[in-house]
Design a protein around this ligand. Structure first.
Ligand SMILES: *Cc1c(COP(=O)(O)O)cnc(C)c1O
Length: 386
């Protein structure tokens, strides 16, 4: 392969896939939709033997993700949860994990309802408070697991602080970097060991794949993740990798537009009399405003808000939206609205939700790439009292 100069993010997103294809010069990595690869001779392959262990289309995506996250190696998984399940298996029975209380509902469920049964221990803290993290560390603590931007309250974690605490104690650090995507924030560059993604969201960005990814900061971690991926069989299919790679190439330009649209929507909601509170790290009123300015290139496409009028107002809003769709997930071209208490965070006990601040009148928006005036007009008509 030709040696290339270190490229800027936008260029790297397009030129890190190992292309053009050596067989016919295809500019886009071909879809190697095959289960197995024929040996040239006993013990001699062209680098691949079986698609669970490795596949050229998957490799094109994995190499691109490694470059974009600034890590040593990338791995593509069937879903974000498959990526998380694989990474948590770096630990063993009796190990303790400190994570944050405002965690993605599915991650909370994986930890509390699945991994706990296999002898892992979890403590959930406010990741904004260094003292709380340090107080939770026990002799068997092995891992700190954060979300760089939490969901649905959009708290921004000070990754420098968290990585510092972990380094001092020799703890492994995992950052779920799904919400900002590597375009806005690269946790490995701040000292985090593993970046985890649901590629279902911004990396693919087109609402047509579920997928996951892991990027490691070191070759030693890369070897362990590759071993687990192959042993557990959690990898992504070639076709899904092909689609996600196509999505990744437009990540920078999509994120710029998500940022702009979300900022405008957040500013509109903040002034609306039917809205009691808006959560967006680009607003001065948000507790993460300063850290976001320090760490991130823009504040992303997620906006949450509380409506005046309780469940009646929530239901009325969700029934009236026309451009927004009532659906879970996020990070795609389509604008979506959902109700965390009964949808994305229903797997979290109500008492825990209340403690964290996820109220019953909270609505979460994923701001898509439609014209921002159409989005704001839709919100305005859906918020109008009957
Ligand atoms: C969606 C999501 C996941 C889970 O990913 P899937 O692709 O749905 O399995 C994990 N973390 C965050 C922050 C997410 O938004």
């Amino acid at each position: 392969m030709k040696k290339k100069r270190r490229m800027r993010f936008e260029t790297a997103a397009i030129h890190s896939d190992g292309g053009p294809d050596p067989a016919y010069g295809a500019i886009v990595p071909p879809l190697y939709q095959t289960s197995t690869f024929v040996f040239e001779d006993i013990g001699k392959t062209k680098g691949y033997d079986y698609s669970r262990s490795g596949n050229p289309t998957r490799k094109a995506l994995e190499d691109t993700l490694a470059v974009l996250e600034g890590g040593k190696a990338g791995f593509a998984f069937a879903t974000g949860m498959a990526a998380e399940t694989t990474v948590i298996h770096l630990l063993k029975q009796g190990d303790h994990v400190i994570s944050q209380q405002d965690l993605y509902g599915g991650t909370y469920r994986l930890f509390e309802s699945v991994m706990k049964c296999f002898g892992l221990e979890f403590t959930f803290v406010d990741m904004g408070k260094r003292g709380e993290i340090e107080a939770a560390i026990k002799p068997n603590t092995r891992m700190l697991w954060i979300e760089t931007i939490s969901n649905p309250l959009l708290n921004v974690v000070d990754v420098d602080m968290v990585a510092g605490v972990a380094k001092k104690r020799g703890l492994l650090t995992v950052a779920d970097n799904t919400l900002p995507s590597p375009y806005l924030l690269r946790p490995i560059e701040h000292g985090i060991d593993l970046a985890v993604h649901s590629t279902t969201k911004y990396l693919n960005g087109h609402c047509d794949v579920v997928g996951g990814a892991v990027v490691t900061a070191t070759n030693e971690l890369a070897e362990r993740v590759q071993f687990l991926l192959n042993a557990m069989g959690t990898c992504a299919s070639p076709f899904d990798c092909w689609l996600v790679l196509r999505g990744v190439k437009t990540l920078p330009i999509r994120m710029e537009q998500h940022n702009k649209n979300a900022m405008a929507v957040a500013a509109f909601l903040e002034k609306h009399p039917g809205v009691t509170k808006v959560y967006y790290p680009g607003l001065k009123s948000h507790p993460g405003y300063k850290i976001a300015g320090k760490l991130m290139k823009g504040c992303g496409g997620m906006v949450s808000f509380e409506v005046k009028g309780g469940m009646y107002a929530v239901n009325s809003f969700l029934r009236k939206i026309r451009v927004f769709s009532l659906a879970e997930s996020l990070g795609g071209i389509d604008s979506l609205a959902e109700h965390p208490a009964t949808m994305s965070h229903a797997s979290m006990p109500a008492s825990f939700r209340r403690k964290v601040g996820i109220t019953d009148d909270l609505i979460r928006l994923s701001i898509g790439l439609e014209h921002v005036d159409d989005l704001i007009e839709d919100l305005a008509q859906a918020l109008k009292p009957a």
